[in-house]
Structures are given as C-alpha cells and as structure tokens.
Write a protein that binds this ligand. Structure first.
Ligand code: UDP
Length: 498
C-alpha cells in the first residue's frame, strides 16, 4: 500500500438501513468519490439494490466506488425474506426484530472494515461502535445522524435545561431556553424518550458518547439555512461539524433523481407529463416520508379536504397502519371512488408506494409541499424553493417544524400537537377543516402567503449556490477532505518513525 500522498484516500461509508438515513449518506459517499477519493459503501443485498444503478453510473464515469454486501440474518432474526430496511416493516414488533437483525451485523461489519483498512469511516450515528473500530485502526470516524443543526441544538437545550419539567399541562406552550431564536413547543410535541427514560435510553446515551468521541459530524445542511444553529453547534455544544448539503442537489441527472431511494411506483414519464399539463406553482405535493402510517379515518379526512379545496395535487399515499402484504387493496386504502374522481377531473395524481420525490419537487408546476417534516423532505422542499404545510408525526419532526414555521417562516402548520411513533385508530386526528385552512394559506395567491413564498424561493437559490463550486457546502467538503488527508499523512509519518 502506497503512502496517502501517492494513493487516493480510502473512505468507508456505513449507512443505516432506513431511507432517510441511507439515501443522504450514499449521496455523500458518491460526492467523496467524485472528489477523487476511493469509496466503499457497506450494506446488505436488498439495500444495495436501491442505489446500485447509480453506483454503476459513477463507475462508468471513472469514479472509484464499490459496494460491499453483508449477509443479512433475516431467518436468524425471525424476519421475512427481503425485510432489510425499516421502511419495509409493517408493525412495531417487526421493527424491533429488524433493529436486532441490524445489531447482529456488527461482527461482519467490523471484520470488513479491518480488511479494507480505510483512511476514514463515515458511519451513521446508530452504529455507535464504529468509534472503537476507528480508534483501533487509528483513523477518523465521521458521524452522520441525518438531521440538521437546528434539531441537534433544540435537543441539546432541552436535555440540558429540561424546560418541560416545570410544565404541568401537556398542551401548555413553553420557550426553549438559550436558543438563538424564541422557540415555542409543548410537552405533547416532545419525543417520549425526552420525557421519560425508556428501553432506547441506554442506546441513546451510547450514541451521544460516540458522537463526542468522533472526529466530527457530517451534516446534510447548508450554512445560509441555519447559520445561527451551525455556529451554536460548533461553539456551544462543541462538536466539530461539516455542512455538505443539500445532498439531493449534489449529483446526477434525471435517472439518478427518478430512481433515488427505491424503484418508483410510477414512471418518470407519466409523472412529468401529468405535471407538464399544469400551470406553474399550481400543484401541492403531499408525502409523509418513508415510515409514516395513517389510520383509514385520517386518510379519509385528507381525501375530503383535497376534494373540497379543489386543489391540484400529487399525493403519495402511505400504507394503512397495521397492514402487511396479505391484502394489497386494504394496504393502500383510499375512500371509495376518490381516486377515480380525482383522476377523471385531472385534479390529482395518486402514487401508491415510492415516488420520485426530488424529480417531482423540481418541476415548475409544484407550488408547495405538505410534509411530515423529516429532515430530508424539508431540505428537498427548501432546495426546490417551496413553501410548506407542516404535519410532524414523530422522531425529531416537531423540532424541524419549528425551524420552518417559527424561524424561517416558510411554512404553515396543519396543527398537529401530539408526538406519536405508531399511530392507532384512536390517535387524535387532524380534521379536514384544519387541512383545508393550511392548504388555502400556503397555496392561494393571497397577500399573507406572498412573503412566505418569496422567502422560500430565495432559500432555494441559496441552497443551489451552496453546493456550487466555491459555495459554502462545497468549501466545507473540501476542507473536510483536506483534514482527512492531513490525518492520514500524520498517521503514516508516525508509523514510519516507529
Ligand atoms: N422519499 C422518496 N419517495 C417517497 C418517499 C420518500 O423519494 O415516496 C424520500 C424523500 O425524498 C426523502 C426520504 O425519502 O429523501 C425521506 O426522508 P425524510 O427525512 O424526509 O423522512 P423519513 O422517511 O426519514 O421519515
């Protein structure tokens, strides 16, 4: 093996098996390869399927990038064949089994990393133990959580100051202390784990410790979007970080976008030709990410609101709660006759399954996005310059919502107040009236929405600039690569001196 000055640096990427974690880290891996590094992505067979075409295109373009495939212990973990990603799990019980199966990969991954002997590991934070492998090999570990700076800062302040401890009512608003902006939350919007320790608390403690021991964090964001929070993260929380996003803007042509994340359930052609038939900014895109499931009652309410507003829309309908593959019709439930009516009138397009989201959002006919506030969806909406309707459900989505509605002021909340990981038929639902009000505020040509739309557009321009040559994210990526090189050089000269 040559010295790090003679051969390209070798970076190993270890994405977690959930679309919101895997897609952005694979995007970053591809950008590292485009910058001349040798890259190896470690994953399982099913997960590799979702990005292997893109990697093959990169290889044809002369990039040094490869996928190493792990054996997934489906049978050992009691999982059905092909269930290798959190988005494929129909029930909470199955998700727990999947977590265990992914944990079982640790020895295989460690062995592979030792065999690769890379110059750096870029690992999802959930693989906290990669800190130890990195220490053993004397290489930097970059941690990737999939979230932005704002979320990390809110989580930090809540953990440190515990403002919710003095609040009696679940619905009583409180201000998160010591933040750059005034942020208002309620207890009911906090993740369960913040309010009481649970079976995941020990794991979270380990992740936090590993984050602190890492070389730094890779963040899918851009400086102009979260300036105060990027600074706060570095100076107050004290963890090194490089912002390299929005990663959805970083690479590729239409094929990359159409296939991003999974095989789309609708053809690129039919999607684009439907959008081409609509006026600019006239269509609302509705999607709740890769993990959300709703009750039939809630789906009915969304359908009624769409029908009564007469809004043009593309709705990516998620699977109905609690259903597995036994009954396809029930799995993709919609009220009787709704789809036919919408298709005939040209008002709506329904996508059951995976949508080519980034491709759709970039189309000029799209005028807004109704989102569950997953960080990737927010960034993709920002990158496309779109105003948002926010409907957070769980994870850190309520924090992200506050960035959109209270700080950036580019979104209208639909009014969900209650954090809940797995909805049940009894979960409080959002009424059609609330949905209608939010749609009309975000999408109608009224004056109060005008400011919001202008601001969203401006942020979209800044996002694109950030990833261009000389932009803030492009610069930070170059700085990071230099730092990894420097680390490798120091390690080589230290070994020579021994
Ligand atoms: N996504 C997509 N098609 C879909 C659903 C989701 O391309 O039908 C992508 C979306 O563009 C985003 C990711 O999946 O990049 C979802 O990540 P996010 O953080 O928004 O939400 P999560 O799925 O993690 O809740």
């Amino acid at each position: 093996m040559g010295s790090p000055t003679e051969r390209p640096l070798h970076a190993v990427f270890l994405p977690y098996m959930a679309p919101g974690h895997m897609m952005p880290l694979v995007d970053i891996a591809r950008v590292f390869a485009a910058h001349g590094l040798r890259v190896t992505i470690i994953t399982t067979k099913m997960n590799a399927q979702s990005f292997k075409n893109a990697i093959e295109r990169d290889i044809r373009a002369g990039h040094q990038i490869a996928i190493e495939v792990l054996h997934f212990p489906a049978i050992e973990a009691g999982l059905p064949e092909g269930c290798e990603n959190i988005s494929k799990s129909p029930t909470p019980e199955m998700t727990i089994k999947l977590f265990h199966a992914i944990e079982m990969l640790q020895p295989q991954i460690e062995e592979l990393i030792r065999k690769c002997s890379p110059d750096c590991i870029a690992s999802d934070v959930l693989f906290y133990w990669t800190t130890d492998v990195a220490a053993e090999l004397g290489i930097p570990r970059l941690a990737f959580s999939g979230s932005g700076f704002f979320n990390m800062c809110v989580a930090y302040c809540i953990e440190h100051h515990q403002p919710h401890k003095h609040i009696k009512l679940e619905t009583e608003p409180f201000v998160v202390p010591n933040m750059p902006d005034q942020l208002v939350l309620t207890r009911s919007q906090l993740p369960d784990i913040v309010k009481t320790r649970n079976k995941f608390s020990e794991l979270f403690d380990k992740l936090k410790e590993a984050e602190r021991k890492s070389f730094g964090m890779l963040v899918n964001s851009f400086y102009e979007l979260e300036t105060a929070y990027a600074d706060y993260h570095r100076k107050v929380i004290g963890i090194k970080a490089w912002h390299v996003g929005p990663v959805s803007l970083l690479k590729g042509g239409q094929d990359d976008k159409a296939e991003r994340g999974d095989e789309p359930s609708v053809s690129k052609h039919s999607c684009l030709s439907w959008l081409n038939s609509k006026k600019p900014n006239s269509v609302l895109y509705i999607c709740f990410g890769s993990l959300t499931r709703f009750s039939k009652t809630q789906l009915n309410e969304i359908a009624s609101a769409l029908e009564s507003t007469g809004q043009f829309f593309i709705w990516v309908v998620g699977k109905v709660l609690g259903m597995d593959k036994k009954d396809e019709e029930e799995e993709w439930w919609l009220p009787d006759g709704f789809e036919d009516k919408m298709v005939e009138s040209g008002k709506g397009m329904i996508i059951r399954g995976w949508a080519p989201q980034v491709l759709i959002l970039e189309h000029p006919a799209i005028g807004g996005i109704l989102t569950h506030c997953g960080w990737n969806s927010i960034l993709e909406g920002v990158a496309a310059g779109l105003p948002m309707i926010t409907w957070p459900i769980f994870a850190e989505q309520f924090y992200n919502e506050k960035l959109v509605t209270q700080v950036l002021k580019i979104g209208v909340p639909v009014g969900n107040e209650v954090w809940k990981a797995w909805a049940t038929e009894e979960t409080s639902f959002i009424s059609r009236e609330k949905i209608e009000r939010a749609i009309s505020k975000a999408m109608c040509e009224r004056e109060d929405g005008e400011q919001m739309r202008k601001k969203a557009k401006r942020l979209g321009e800044l996002a694109r600039k950030a990833v261009e040559e000389g932009g803030s994210s492009h610069k930070d990526l170059k700085i990071l690569i230099e730092e990894i090189k420097c680390y490798a050089r120091k390690k080589a000269s230290f070994q020579k001196d021994l």
